[in-house]
Ligand binder design. Structure first.
Ligand code: GTP
Ligand code: MG
Length: 429
């Protein structure tokens, strides 16, 4: 029996298939071109908020801080409070002082607890210091840091075994603020210690649930919502999705070599890419501008130097000595891959090339954006920042950008900014 006849002649079909393929290719190229445009604008410093951006007159705004755990959401919230002169109340400062003690103790406890799994042994001479630490309790209200802990922690921190564990901190999801805390230890243990803004930016407490902070910026009532990034917290995010004006999505640049606290098999950067995939293309956020904010640039740059020395003990240059690093690698012919490439196979650049590393991750995130479906390119902004540096221009830019998204209309002077906190950071006890 003859096969059923298709409508149209066979010549028409022969033409139609290449035509469909050509259209598909065109769509693919257009999307790739769209992503390239966003990247090029960012690299050329041209992705500023356009002055003719049409914004309806609004009286309220809502900024949502989204991202995986430890990616710097709460740190950006603290920066916002500082920018808009929301002073920290005395009870908040006291809570941060006690949090500093907690961070100092918990960090060292984690280091000591991880020694056996890292194949390291603490010398017997340091056992009393370890016992003292294990017996530590929370700091009481207004009580100074107990003086005997200072010597114990200093002795532990300076010991080569503990330093080795610190260098391998990514294997044990070690908090990244320890070098800052322990270099400032003598100041923390002074009886008159009051945490400075810089200290507050470096302190860490996991956000549980959602915190809401209200800012009145140029007459616009602005709600800043900060969510917890841990896996168990993410199911609560949906409550914060209504009526958004801007999303700031944070990604920790150091996450490429680190694992999640809750899941030692899941890479932080991969986890962040997964969340981003669902956020950036979600119908909910179709018309919501997003600032894709890569944090911890300072640590990213330092880390690559440390890794070189970790893996190659004969590399003897001061951290940051890029020329020495380059020369070293020129002679290490067997090294075909860079630090980033150890974790992300698609990365191909010279070892220790931080600029290439940053661009690589930016492009990985951009590759997930479905151009045309989600955004016009003016709805997506990319920034690389050190969130703990209040003076950095890039940090200021992120805050200005977020403000500019909704504050353009009727915004004449910045002096009208006024602020009030509804629910402070949940870290305050
Ligand atoms: N050096 C440095 N530290 C940073 C930077 N951004 C954040 N941190 C530190 O990283 C730690 C975690 O930052 P948070 O802002 O608490 O992270 P988060 O995203 O709110 O984390 P969760 O509340 O658990 O979701 C804190 O100790 C911060 O000081 C950065 O750009 N540079
Ligand atoms: Mg937080």
């Amino acid at each position: 029996m003859d096969p059923p006849k298709r409508p149209g002649s066979s010549t028409q079909w022969a033409l139609r298939i290449p035509l469909v393929n050509a259209v598909k290719r065109l769509v693919f190229l257009t999307k790739r071109w769209g992503r390239r445009q966003i990247f090029d604008k960012f690299k050329g410093g041209k992705d500023k908020l356009s002055s003719d951006r049409a914004i309806d007159k609004i009286s309220t705004a809502k900024i949502l801080l989204l991202g995986a755990a430890d990616s710097g959401k709460s740190t950006i919230l603290k920066q916002m409070r500082m920018k808009y002169n929301v002073s920290f109340s005395s009870s908040e400062i006291e809570a941060y002082r006690r949090l500093a003690f907690d961070n100092v103790i918990q960090g060292m406890r984690l280091l000591l607890a991880s020694l056996p799994s890292l194949g390291l042994n603490l010398p017997d001479a340091l056992r009393p210091a370890e016992e003292l630490l294990n017996a530590a309790t929370d700091l009481c209200h207004d009580a100074p840091f107990p003086a005997d802990f200072s010597d114990a922690i200093t002795a532990l921190w300076n010991h080569s075994t503990v330093q080795e564990a610190r260098r391998r901190g990514r294997e044990i999801a070690l908090q990244e603020n320890l070098p800052y805390l322990y270099t400032n230890l003598s100041r923390f243990f002074s009886p008159s210690f009051i945490p400075s803004h810089r200290d507050i930016l470096h302190l860490h407490e996991r956000t549980v649930g959602t915190t809401e902070t209200r800012l009145i910026v140029n007459g616009i009532d602005t709600l800043v919502v900060d969510v917890g990034g841990a896996i168990s917290e993410r199911r609560k995010w949906i409550d914060a999705f209504a009526d958004l004006t801007v999303i700031i999505y944070t990604v920790s640049l150091t996450g490429y070599s680190r694992f999640l606290v809750e899941d030692p098999c899941r890479n932080q950067m991969q986890d962040s890419l997964l969340i981003w995939d669902s956020i950036c293309n979600a119908g909910w956020f179709r018309r919501i501008p997003i600032i894709l904010c890569f944090t911890k640039n300072d640590l990213f740059e330092q880390e690559i130097q440390h890794y070189v020395a970790n893996w190659f003990p004969d590399f003897q240059a001061t951290p940051g000595d890029a020329a020495a690093r380059r020369d070293f690698f020129l002679f290490e012919e067997e090294i075909q891959h860079s630090d980033v490439a150890n974790w992300f196979r698609g990365f191909q650049a010279a070892p220790g090339d931080t600029a290439a590393g940053r661009d690589y991750f930016i492009n990985r995130f951009l590759a997930l954006v479905k151009i045309g479906r989600r955004v016009l390119d003016e709805d997506l902004y990319i920034r690389v920042i050190t969130a703990t540096d209040a003076d950095a221009e890039t940090m200021k830019e992120v805050l200005d950008l977020a403000e500019g998204m909704y504050c353009r209309v009727g915004c004449t002077s910045k002096q009208g900014c006024n602020t009030e906190v509804i629910n402070g950071p949940n870290g305050l006890r």
